[in-house]
Design a protein around this ligand. Structure first.
Ligand code: SF4
Length: 377
């Protein structure tokens, strides 16, 4: 698409033109200020400047409730985020989890729990490490006990395990897809620019209008045949706005620059429907339900994972606590408690910890049968 020359160089009145493929009315042309070259001047400059500084004034704007720069940076590091990771238990091990042998499962969980308890018991930590705090070591002990209690009881293990599978699908942090707070797209905008452009690829139908019109900014990716912003502000604002208006499914948004990294990261894990099925549905000819996961919802959940206030236990010590669910708050609590352990203990008990997640459809090469064994028991 980049080979197509920019129409902005051909037509000086391009703001009044419309791509013939776009069938719907221009989305917000009444709201948009279409300033012509004759009245370009102070008013245009001040209008553009005020949009640049006040991102919420943009008619194509959508935002998340939390910014990436407000998250707890320590939680960006690799840290166990569920009870299986905390006890170093491999969910891929079908010989255990799909064995149907409850004794084997109990023994495996119990062994793993004791191994971690030996090195992380509050008495051990407080006697050996001067910096260890009573509150933090107790918090970790509560979580470790909760892990044992949850996984050793079949009533809680089954629902918890399924919740973890779903959770990992959206929070996978393998090396190549690890979130480090950096956007994927290139930045060619002004330093003071607060907006970025983002395509919701779960809605995009791959018509290529945007990539043909604003060809420096948008490109068609080859895996799913959807449009993607590859270079932020590589076209001028007007060209980008017209490209947005050409989108027949309204899936291109201005977003806060500070939220772009989370959205682009979460977009990697959102399902894209077959364009043929989407087309049939749009034509009123049935087809499956539209995908429920979209990058905005996924990014909201993802950022909650890093919530600094995710203290699940509130300083209390609820003995015998177990869980039949797993969510961002629990993941954050587990990760924070683990990160509070002395470095030496973490190295000893979880040498070179890395999220293990190669079996649930992302990043791995396991067969479909392997991936679904846990669900089909
Ligand atoms: S983002 Fe919109 S205009 Fe661009 S390819 Fe997708 S559907 Fe078409």
């Amino acid at each position: 698409m980049r080979t197509i020359s920019s129409r902005s160089q051909i037509s000086p009145n391009r703001q009044f033109r419309r791509h013939p493929i776009a069938r719907r009315p221009l989305r917000r042309c009444a709201e948009r200020k279409t300033t012509t070259s004759s009245d370009a001047g102070a008013s245009k400059e001040s209008s553009i400047q005020s949009e640049s500084t006040d991102v919420t004034k943009s008619p194509y704007y959508r935002e998340l409730s939390k910014d990436v720069d407000s998250i707890d940076a320590t939680l960006l590091t690799n840290a166990p985020s569920d009870f299986f990771e905390l006890l170093d238990l491999d969910l891929d091990d079908a010989d255990v989890w799909a064995s149907g042998d409850e004794d084997l499962v109990q023994t495996t969980v119990s062994k793993a729990f004791k191994k971690k308890l030996v090195i992380s018991h509050p008495d051990v930590l407080l006697s050996k490490y001067e910096d260890a705090s009573e509150e933090e070591t107790n918090e970790f002990a509560v979580i470790l006990n909760a892990a044992y209690k949850t996984l050793s009881d079949v009533q809680t293990r089954e629902p918890y395990l399924n919740a973890v599978i779903d959770f990992r699908k959206h929070f996978f942090l393998e090396e190549e897809t690890k979130f480090d707070g950096t956007p994927v797209s290139k930045w060619s905008g002004e330093e003071g620019e607060t907006r970025a452009v983002f395509v919701d690829e779960s809605v995009c139908i791959g018509c290529a209008n945007c990539a043909q019109y604003a060809s420096n900014t948008f490109s068609m990716e080859s895996d799913f045949g959807r449009a993607r912003v590859v270079d932020q502000w590589a076209d001028d604002k007007e060209t980008i706005e017209i490209a947005i208006d050409m989108c027949p499914v309204d899936c291109i948004w201005f977003v806060k620059r500070t939220q772009l990294a989370a959205l682009e990261h979460c977009m990697k894990f959102c399902p894209r429907e077959d364009p043929g099925i989407m087309g049939r549905r749009r034509g009123g000819n049935g087809g499956s339900q539209r995908a429920k996961v979209n990058p905005f919802c996924a990014a909201e959940s993802f950022l909650k994972r890093f919530d600094e206030n995710g203290e699940l236990f509130g300083g209390k010590n609820p003995a015998g606590l177990s869980f039949s669910w797993h969510d961002e708050r629990l993941a954050s609590t587990i990760a924070k408690a683990w990160l509070s352990l002395p470095e030496e203990v973490r190295q000893k008990g979880w040498p070179d910890f890395k999220h293990k997640f190669n079996s649930f459809g992302i990043g791995g090469d396991s067969s479909v049968e392997d991936r679904t064994f846990l669900r089909t028991r």
